[in-house]
Ligand binder design. Structure first.
Ligand SMILES: CC(C)(COP(=O)([O-])OP(=O)([O-])OC[C@H]1O[C@@H](n2cnc3c(N)ncnc32)[C@H](O)[C@@H]1OP(=O)([O-])[O-])[C@@H](O)C(=O)NCCC(=O)NCCSC(=O)C[C@@](C)(O)CC(=O)[O-]
Ligand SMILES: NC(=O)C1=CN([C@@H]2O[C@H](COP(=O)(O)OP(=O)(O)OC[C@H]3O[C@@H](n4cnc5c(N)ncnc54)[C@H](OP(=O)(O)O)[C@@H]3O)[C@@H](O)[C@H]2O)C=CC1
Length: 408
């Protein structure tokens, strides 16, 4: 069948979208073009821009995307330099941000400028794990408790019998069981090196379930995710116990810098933070006791090939601001669940990998895990910059003006 005939058959539905590769001898680039042309024909539209790209469909179809028709282009800016005095990230960094919200990059840039002038951001990694919580149906709660006890006492055995079959980098380190009636949720915690880890821990958890089913024939493994993991949904468990990287960024900004670069005072920033981010968020029942973590996390996730649905948990966290006895501004952000990686998933797409390379974090670290931790510290620093600048703009009543000038 020639190109035109294939386009016609896909447009009419005679050939399904996901079957096109069968007719192109596995040529995924050609299949991508046929699907796009078929949509153009069916709807009488032009998809010219979706069809402009440099990444090779043969490298991403089957690993990152199905039914590919092209790409979406999001403008990417860069903020920095930002000086970070971290445990893994040390030095000055430029942060790639993919967004269509005017004023966002300018704002993060201003935060970077103020923080760097103040001597930089101190970042601290509190925890690092990926979780998966399969669900087991037990005869009753007492049996559920027995199974949970057995699992807690057999972590090393499960690592050897199940996890080591799946991955070299994944390591089962603990389990937190939750029992509701006769349901047992085993929230497994894994180390995942530089990978965000969801494939790794999901495939490992299935292997663990096989071992448990063998050990406890009266217990029924019902769901690989019992929703206590928690993946891609707002929730309290990640906020309290952490998931991915739990990281804190903090800085002290001298009063002159607050006044000159941010056009306000430490007192006003602290007051706005208290009344807006803490009291306002409490009244709203929000998990985001912050101004806009989601803006910075979202823009970095899109630029660097992170799983965009995990922006949900990445937007959780707390911003604190107070005036020091010297009259300067102390500001911090605490991010309980930043689920990120520098290998695997979307990080291997060439544009996203280039964005990671701007920060020196593309690929695996030496030793494994150090690159992802460095990346987490850089994200935390950028989030602090964004919080600082937006709080200052709101305190100075510059928010509307900024978005009038840069956002429309
Ligand atoms: C727009 C600014 C930065 C102006 O701020 P400014 O202080 O008037 O700007 P400036 O010209 O005096 O320059 C100060 C610094 O800002 C940066 N800067 C300044 N302009 C640019 C530019 N064009 N491109 C890049 N960087 C820029 C730059 O770093 C510069 O310092 P330097 O490096 O020169 O020493 C400020 O008003 C601001 O940050 N406003 C806040 C905007 C913002 O944060 N928007 C985020 C989105 S709001 C939202 O989505 C969430 C929300 C609000 O709904 C959440 C909630 O409910 O709170
Ligand atoms: N399956 C699911 O339920 C879900 C999947 N996802 C998706 O999962 C993907 C991410 O899964 P993830 O497990 O992170 O990625 P991958 O499935 O790509 O696993 C990472 C791979 O990188 C290898 N690797 C090489 N160097 C390193 C290193 N330094 N550190 C860690 N691993 C290394 C690992 O080897 P080795 O195996 O030998 O350790 C492994 O093969 C994303 O596409 C995401 O969207 C998201 C949510 C849920």
């Amino acid at each position: 069948m020639n190109f035109e005939e294939l386009v016609e058959k896909v447009a009419s539905g005679e050939i399904k979208l996901h079957q096109v590769e069968k007719y192109t001898n596995g040529d995924k680039k050609l299949a991508t073009e046929i699907r796009r042309k078929a949509l153009e024909r069916k709807f009488g539209i032009s998809l010219e821009n979706i069809g402009h790209y440099s990444i090779d469909p043969n490298r991403v179809i089957g690993k990152n995307i199905e039914n590919m028709i092209g790409v979406v282009q999001i403008p990417m800016g860069v903020a920095g330099p930002l000086k970070i005095n971290g445990e893994y990230a040390k030095g000055e960094f430029y942060i790639p941000l993919a967004t269509t919200e005017g004023a966002l990059v300018a704002s993060v840039n201003r935060g970077c400028s103020a923080l760097t002038a103040a001597g930089g951001v101190k970042t601290t990694l509190i925890d690092d794990k990926m979780t998966r919580a399969p669900l087991l149906k037990c005869p009753d709660a007492r049996r559920a408790r027995e199974v949970a006890e057995w699992v807690k006492n057999n972590i090393d055995y499960l690592q050897e019998k199940a996890v080591s079959k799946v991955t070299r980098h994944g390591k089962l380190r603990d389990v937190k069981p939750y029992i509701v009636g006769n349901n047992l949720y085993l929230r497994f915690e894994f180390e995942t090196g530089d990978a965000m880890g969801m494939n790794m821990v999901t495939i490992s958890s299935e292997e663990i379930m096989k071992v448990i089913e063998e050990e406890f024939p009266d217990v029924k493994y019902l769901a690989l995710s019992g929703n206590l993991c928690v993946d891609k949904k707002p929730n309290a468990v990640n906020f309290i116990n952490g998931r991915g990287k739990t990281v804190i960024a903090e800085a002290v900004i001298p009063r002159e810098i607050v006044e000159k670069k941010l056009k306000t005072t430490p007192e006003l920033i602290a007051e706005v933070n208290y009344r807006k981010n803490l009291v306002g968020s409490a009244q709203a029942g929000s998990y985001g006791f912050n101004a806009h973590f989601g803006n910075i996390v979202g823009a970095i996730f899109l630029a660097t090939g992170q799983d965009e649905a995990q922006i949900t948990e990445g937007s959780h966290g707390i911003t604190l601001a107070e005036v020091t006895p010297e009259g300067d501004l102390y500001i911090s952000i605490t991010m309980p669940s930043l689920e990120i990686g520098t290998v695997g998933g979307g990080t291997r797409v060439p544009t996203q990998r280039e964005a990671l390379s701007i920060m020196g974090v593309a690929g695996g670290g030496d030793p494994p895990g150090t690159n992802a931790r460095k990346f987490a510290e850089i994200i935390a620093g950028a989030v602090l910059a964004g919080e600082l600048s937006l709080l200052a703009a709101i305190a100075a009543k510059h928010l509307a003006k900024a978005h009038k000038e840069l956002g429309r």
